[in-house]
Write a protein that binds this ligand. Structure first.
Ligand SMILES: CC(C)=CCC/C(C)=C/CC/C(C)=C/CC/C(C)=C/[C@@H]1[C@@H](COP(=O)(O)OP(=O)(O)O)[C@]1(C)CC/C=C(\C)CC/C=C(\C)CCC=C(C)C
Length: 581
């Protein structure tokens, strides 16, 4: 049939590329687009001489009526398009699979690598060198193994190079970041190829192939070709990403954020010997990511759409806030909790107030358990201002007061507002500090933005309280104002005993109403946030407000805690990103 090869694209590759573009476009950054273009250019340039040789020497043939007719160096345009679209598809799958991962946490110095990673990397290097030599040998033999030889001799030197650059990272990453983006497009292309071979759209000549099939008509060499070419794409992207991760992880070595430097300068980060990596910082980043992942699904999902360095700083900030909150919540007595507050203040004093020579590290080691060290050491104090942090600690004092006196600290609505502004408006301010620090844009209206961020913080805290009435009651806390309880004919003791029922639902709705009012007041200001942080910040806020929406709909509860189903969380992130990125 005429134009069969073009039809393969129309039916199989273009629709998949279109679907992936539709799904992933909202999350694509400038850096993503740059590296896809870079990789497509490299892939096309590197494949043309090889493919042209294959066609001119008759390893591959195409029936004349199966192709459009236009060609470059004997390569049909459809084939050239295949290099482009395959690289594009695999890159998108890779980017999709890797968004949730903060790559910097997988960087290691040679000494810090587990033995199996060191040996695996060396084995990979040996394997690719051996396969290159074997491929060369097969080409020289010039028999049925020629096509296999050409594939190996062409691809394995490049694989060896990219593996040498980032084999340690490839081995350390979860399989969903490496094997999945290689295998998913490979398997899809195997089926497309099998169909094409079955229909005779292209043919591999019998003299130059082994004659064994993986399945159906799919020749073993073709299966290996798609596997290896997708490995080339993924290894190439990983080598690129390793440079970005190094750049983002070590602001002391690279003051500019990765999103603002030209691609070639970025690759210079790759040249930094791993012996210069600050492993204490990397371990701290790992611990912070683990804390975020374990403690907050909303912020963890939202963190994946922030650009590299802002993402690291927000994760470190989260880790500090969570640690401080947990130290106080988990204290056995109110006195112990107050002691933690004063130690945390001491830490802030040593960072922000003491003369430069003050030994912050020593203070941390002397006063906090080892599990707290990295969160305190890595709090990005060069990026955030001190006042909101002191204020946050003041807010935690209210939590302690629940245990200290018979009179609950939240008597009136204004007490609730003060509490929320201390523990959450402060977080809004700190988040803005991070974004302002990492933007290259000159920010107008900073004052208005800070004031909206404070308002939004209160909205999120109200949602948090509305969600956690049961959970909080279990630890002796009722954040609903006593005056509201009285209006519903209840007392604090009654809520502590039975934190559910129609009166609680009325008060929860009242609180949610106030949360949404504040959300509506402050949401328009978010459009003025610098572009690097605007979309991700909106995603973070919307993901959290979704908990409020689920609650308002009387939604799902697990052990008294409203949960947003995973599909709904992902939907919110996707829709928000589509509108705001
Ligand atoms: C993406 C990312 C990693 C963001 C990190 C945000 C961050 C630093 C959060 C701090 C969390 C924390 C532990 C604070 C201690 C006090 C506390 C408990 C506050 C409550 C947060 C809930 O956190 P939790 O871990 O309990 O989460 P789960 O409910 O378990 O999922 C709060 C509800 C406060 C959250 C408040 C904010 C994030 C501020 C929101 C405001 C903005 C983002 C600014 C918007 C800007 C404009 C201009 C309007």
């Amino acid at each position: 049939m005429f134009f069969d090869y073009a039809l393969v694209h129309v039916k199989f590759t273009i629709p998949l590329a279109g679907l992936l573009t539709f799904l992933i476009k909202p999350f694509l950054t400038y850096l993503d687009v740059t590296r896809i273009l870079f990789l497509v250019t490299v892939a096309v340039t590197a494949t043309i001489p090889w493919d042209s040789y294959l066609i001119r020497t008759g390893v591959w043939t195409y029936p004349e009526d199966g192709v459009l007719g236009a060609s470059l160096f004997s390569i049909p345009v459809e084939e050239l398009f295949f290099f482009v679209i395959q690289t594009y598809i695999t890159s998108l799958v890779y980017i999709f699979c890797n968004k949730p991962i903060l790559l910097a946490q997988y960087l290691t110095t040679r000494e810090a690598r587990p033995e199996w990673v060191r040996q695996g990397k060396a084995f990979g290097q040996f394997l690719f060198v051996a396969l290159t030599a074997f491929g060369g040998y097969l080409v020289i033999q010039n028999d049925q193994r020629t096509y296999l030889g050409l594939i190996l001799a062409w691809a394995c030197p490049v694989l060896c190079m990219t593996w040498s650059l980032s084999g340690d990272l490839i081995l350390a990453l979860p399989w969903t970041s490496t094997v999945l983006p290689i295998m998913a497009p490979t398997i899809y292309l195997w089926f497309v190829d099998e169909l094409s071979l079955r229909q005779g759209i292209w043919t591999i000549e019998d003299d130059t192939k082994l004659g064994s099939q993986l399945f159906g008509k799919l020749d073993l060499e073709e299966a290996i070709f798609f596997l290896i070419s997708n490995m080339l794409v993924v290894f190439g992207l990983l080598a690129f990403d390793k440079a970005t991760a190094v750049h983002d992880a070590f602001p002391e070595l690279f003051p500019q954020p990765s999103s603002s430097v030209p691609i070639m300068s970025l690759l210079r980060a790759r040249a930094v010997p791993s012996s210069q990596y600050d492993m204490q910082r990397i371990v701290g980043i790992q611990e912070s990511v683990a804390r975020l992942q374990k403690k907050s699904r909303s912020f963890h999902i939202a963190s994946s759409v922030f650009p590299g360095r802002a993402r690291i700083d927000l994760t470190l900030l989260y880790s500090y806030c969570r640690l401080a909150d947990d130290l106080i919540d988990d204290a056995e007595t109110p006195e112990e909790a107050l002691n933690w507050i004063s130690k945390l203040k001491g830490h802030l004093d040593s960072v922000y107030c003491a003369p430069k020579a003050a030994n912050v590290g020593h203070f941390i080691r002397a006063n906090f358990p080892p599990s707290a060290h990295s969160a305190l050491n890595l709090l990005p104090t060069h990026v955030i201002s001190s006042e909101p942090l002191y204020e946050l600690l003041e807010g935690f004092r209210t939590d302690v007061e629940f245990k200290m006196s018979d009179r609950p600290p939240i008597q009136e609505e204004e007490h609730l507002e003060l509490y929320a502004s201390r523990v959450a408006s402060t977080i809004g301010e700190l988040c803005l500090d991070v974004i302002f620090h990492h933007t290259l844009q000159k920010v107008e209206n900073k004052r208005a933005l800070y004031s909206a961020a404070k308002e939004m913080g209160i909205a999120l805290q109200y949602v948090n309280i509305a969600r956690d009435v049961v959970v909080d009651a279990k630890i002796g806390r009722v954040y609903l104002p006593t005056s509201w309880l009285e209006e519903e004919g209840m007392t604090t003791e009654m809520v502590l005993k039975k934190p559910t029922g129609p009166q609680i639902d009325v008060m929860r709705r009242r609180l949610l109403g106030k949360a949404f009012q504040r959300y509506r007041n402050s949401r328009p200001a978010m459009d003025l946030i610098p572009k690097e942080g605007r979309g991700p910040m909106i995603v973070a806020v919307e993901s959290y407000m979704e908990i409020g929406r689920v609650l308002a709909e009387g939604g799902l509860r697990v052990e008294g805690k409203a949960t947003v189903p995973a599909w709904r969380r992902i939907g919110v992130v996707w829709k928000t990103a589509l509108r705001n990125f």
